[in-house]
Each structure stands twice: as structure tokens, then as C-alpha cells.
Design a binder for this molecule. Structure first.
Ligand code: CTP
Ligand code: MG
Length: 254
């Protein structure tokens, strides 16, 4: 193992600079036909710009790496140039891959040295409040190799035997105790070396980055998430996102 791939000691992490990788390369199939999801407008501004601003709103974040749709890197660069973003934050745009995991890896590969804490944040979670971002960074600074923002579930969750044909009844095989479950959001925060090692060594499908760190046998911790950090996945989520923005505008007006 090279020195680079060793987790930095907590003392070093307390002063570490933070970079945010934003995977934005997905199509948004579940949202329906149209532009790539990250480029769709919310309150007149592309979702991706909201997500970049949400990361840049944290004073700890000095670099944002946007992972663009594979054929859309030039468009994303001009979008970032066209929207006002804080001066203290640098930006990089790289083309993404076929899966989210691949896109995150391409973003990590583009990270210059000097940022020892890395956040990974879905472009599809444009409205995460800065307090949530800061809480994740703080927990990494305090020594956790991986941190996830998480919320208790409202619905009871059932494990089923998935039907071969969608829509067919599915036998329920178990009901995990709801109080022990959390719905996990982003940004997820990492000691950089740990996340790089996870992406280099863990193979197979995972749906979040912290899951890869778990597979290394390391402890992942959860901090309180926020309901406004929800993922825009289906058309109804766009309605909710517009409503959250409208409420913010109203509150800012007073
Ligand atoms: N993502 C990515 N590269 C991919 C697939 C997804 O960067 N090849 C990103 C998306 O742009 C999104 C985040 O991963 O910001 C979370 O993924 P998801 O919400 O599933 O978005 P999509 O994959 O675009 O949506 P869908 O699964 O409905 O197509
Ligand atoms: Mg997807």
C-alpha cells in the first residue's frame, strides 16, 4: 500500500480541504422523456446548478467536480460559466460513465491532490440544506472514514420474492424492524484515501458509495439527514421540489 492510500490520521483531517464529486451523468429514465435529468429546470435553474450551489454553500468545500453526461461535458461547462457561483470554489467537469459507480470513479480520478475529504453528492438531490452538508463534513473531520446522512422511515418495509413479471403479486418473506432502518441520502462524506481504495477494490453492483466502504470492513456512521435532501426520481418529485423552492422564496421574502 502506498502512503497515498493510507487513511489520513484524524488530526490531519481536522484541517483537511474538502472536494465534492457530483455524479450528474444519468439520463433520468424514471422521470420520463426529455433532457438528461441534471439539466432539467427547477424554478428556472438547472437541477445541477442547484446541486453545485448546495455543495459550494459550505465554506469547507473548495472544489466541485461535476461528472457530466458522456456527450454533455461542454454543455455543462458553459452552464457553470453562465451561473454565479461563489468565488472561493473551483470547478472541474469530466464526462461520466455507464453506471453511477463508474461516474463517481471518473470524478475521483480527476481530483487533484490537496483535498483529503471527499463528498459524493447526487445532482438529483438539488435542495440539500448546507447544515446537512456541514454535518457530514464535521463527522469525517472527527475521524469517521465514511459518513451518510440518513432519516428514519415513514413506511414499513417488506422483503419480497421479486415477481418475474412486473405487477404480479410477490410473496413477502420478511419484515425488518422499522426502528432499525434508515433511508440514506447524499452528500456522503469520506476520507479520500478510503473512498479511492473502495472504488479500486470493490467489485459488483452497489447503490451507494458508503456501501463499498462497508465491504472493506470499515465502520460507516449515519448523521441526521434532511427531508429536503430527497432525490428527484419520478415526476411527482419535481412537483415537490418546485414547492420547496416556492416556500424558500416566500420565507426569504420576509
Ligand atoms: N448517475 C451518473 N452516471 C450514471 C447514472 C447515474 O452520474 N451512469 C447519477 C445521476 O445523474 C444522479 C445520481 O447518479 O445524479 C443518482 O442516480 P439516479 O437518481 O438513479 O439518476 P438517473 O440514473 O439519471 O435516473 P434513472 O435511474 O431514473 O435513469
Ligand atoms: Mg439511476
Amino acid at each position: 500500500m502506498s502512503d497515498d492510500s493510507r487513511p489520513s490520521p484524524p488530526a490531519a483531517r481536522a484541517a483537511a480541504r474538502t472536494a465534492a464529486v457530483i455524479p450528474a451523468a444519468g439520463r433520468g429514465v424514471r422521470l420520463g422523456p426529455g433532457a438528461p435529468k441534471a439539466l432539467r429546470a427547477l424554478g428556472g435553474t438547472p437541477m445541477l446548478i442547484h446541486a453545485v450551489r448546495a455543495m459550494a454553500a459550505s465554506r469547507a468545500v473548495s472544489l466541485v467536480v461535476v461528472v457530466a453526461p458522456p456527450d454533455g461535458a461542454a454543455e455543462v461547462k458553459s452552464l457553470l460559466d453562465a451561473h454565479a457561483l461563489p468565488e472561493r470554489t473551483d470547478f472541474l467537469v469530466v464526462p461520466g460513465g455507464q453506471s453511477r459507480q463508474e461516474s463517481v470513479k471518473l470524478g475521483l480520478d480527476a481530483l487533484p491532490p490537496g483535498h483529503d475529504i471527499v463528498l459524493v453528492h447526487d445532482a438529483a438531490r438539488p435542495l440539500v440544506p448546507v447544515d446537512t452538508v456541514d454535518a457530514v463534513i464535521e463527522a469525517v473531520r472527527e475521524g469517521a472514514p465514511a459518513v451518510v446522512p440518513a432519516l428514519p422511515l415513514a413506511d414499513t418495509v417488506k422483503q419480497v420474492e421479486p415477481a418475474r413479471t412486473p405487477g404480479e403479486p410477490e410473496p413477502v418473506v420478511a419484515t425488518p424492524e422499522r426502528a432499525l432502518l434508515r433511508a440514506v441520502q447524499t452528500p456522503q462524506g469520506f476520507d479520500r484515501a478510503t473512498l479511492v481504495r473502495a472504488h479500486e477494490t470493490v467489485t459488483g453492483e452497489v447503490t451507494d458509495d458508503a456501501g463499498m466502504v462497508e465491504q472493506l470492513g470499515l465502520t460507516v456512521v449515519a448523521v441526521p439527514g434532511h427531508e429536503e435532501a430527497f432525490k428527484v426520481t419520478r415526476p411527482l418529485d419535481l412537483v415537490l421540489a418546485e414547492a420547496v423552492l416556492a416556500r424558500r422564496r416566500l420565507n426569504d421574502g420576509f
